[in-house]
Design a protein around this ligand. Structure first.
Ligand SMILES: Cc1cc2nc3c(=O)[nH]c(=O)nc-3n(C[C@H](O)[C@H](O)[C@H](O)COP(=O)(O)O)c2cc1C
Length: 317
């Protein structure tokens, strides 16, 4: 088997229902959770039990924490570490302005000392694998990134995932994968690469290195079977390419969503998922817009079914 494949942490997507869907096709090696607010977790918010639901494979689940406060992140990490899981990840890469404004996510990358101090505080409280997900930094400066990561490593971080874009770069500019290999040269701990993988073939190509693991986000929402397909390619399996029934998979996801997410989350999470999954369809943009107008899960399901009644030939990819 090649290097491990990881599901990326994605807010409103990387929850239990989506992991269950991936399991239908074949597992990946670690599932990163959507980011969990350290403050909200400690406050015992109404929805926290869904955020910390580690099923269906708790032994593969990495909880990702987001926050700006030393004490809150430390306490939240200690709390999550007591649950069954594979590790704790600290979000130092989220570039959303609302998150950064609070000093969380990629804002950590502004200061090596502050981030080093955070890890020094969290490390003794976590027995499981402690990792950090980050970006290149505020500037396109590999020297700074290397220094930042060496400090995290010296404080006890055991793995780094690099999404090689600067903090302010959007998806338009391609991820600079050469930084993943270069960072690996600088560190003793494993470096996982992430960004712009679009197919199983692409995943296998990236896994050939240099990197210690590969993480995929949006491509997995479009193709929840991507890990299974990549393993088949790696094992040299030939023969007919598998086909997937897009209508059935969409219905299965809606069923999982209603089973494993709270009702208040149903519509927003369905829209998030179909925002990518509809890309499998010829008139996907039209359908996405339609689903975005529906107000209940039942209406979303009806609109989904209607599309396939009208476009029968598009049910398979
Ligand atoms: C909808 C969405 C939500 C995301 N939420 C998070 C998050 O909670 N934590 C995080 O570290 N990154 C988050 N990301 C970034 C992804 O983990 C990943 O780094 C990025 O999508 C690039 O990988 P990809 O090209 O494979 O999608 C999110 C991305 C998307 C598209």
């Amino acid at each position: 088997m090649g290097v491990p494949y990881y599901l990326a942490p994605m807010a409103e997507i990387s929850h239990r229902a989506f992991r269950e869907l991936i399991e239908d096709f074949g597992s990946c090696d670690a599932y990163f959770s959507e980011m969990i607010s350290a403050q909200a977790l400690l406050a015992g918010g109404h929805y926290e039990k869904w955020y910390i639901d580690a099923a269906p494979k708790p032994e593969k689940l990495v909880f990702q924490l987001v926050g700006s406060d030393f004490e809150a992140i430390s306490q939240a990490a200690a709390l999550l570490d007591r649950l069954e899981c594979a590790g704790i990840d600290i979000n130092m890469g989220c570039s959303a302005p609302l998150i950064r404004k609070t000093g969380a996510g990629a804002a950590w990358m502004a200061s090596i000392d502050r981030s080093g101090e955070l890890i020094a505080r969290v490390r003794p409280l976590v027995k499981r694998r402690l990792s950090v997900k980050l970006r290149i930094g505020y500037k396109d400066d590999f020297g700074y990134l290397a220094q930042f990561c060496r400090r995290l490593e010296s404080e006890g971080v055991e793995m780094i995932t690099l999404h090689p874009r600067t903090v302010t770069e959007k998806f338009k500019r391609l991820a600079r994968w050469e930084y993943v290999g270069a960072l690996r040269q600088e560190l003793k701990i494993p470096v996982s690469g992430n960004g712009d993988i679009s197919s199983a073939e692409d995943l296998v190509r990236r896994a050939a290195g240099p990197c210690d693991a590969v993480m995929t986000g949006r491509a997995t929402v479009r193709q929840p079977w991507i890990y299974a397909s990549a393993r088949r390619i790696e094992s040299g399996e030939t023969g007919q390419k598998k086909t997937y029934n897009i209508e059935e998979i969409g219905l299965r996801f809606l069923e999982l969503l209603s089973r494993y997410q709270p009702p208040d989350f149903h519509v927003s999470r369905a829209r998030r998922f179909f925002g990518y999954f509809c890309d499998n369809l010829k008139w996907g943009t039209f359908l996405k817009n339609q689903l975005n107008r529906e107000q209940t899960l039942l209406e979303i399901e009806q609109a989904w079914r209607r599309y396939f009644n009208e476009h029968e030939e598009k049910a398979q990819v």
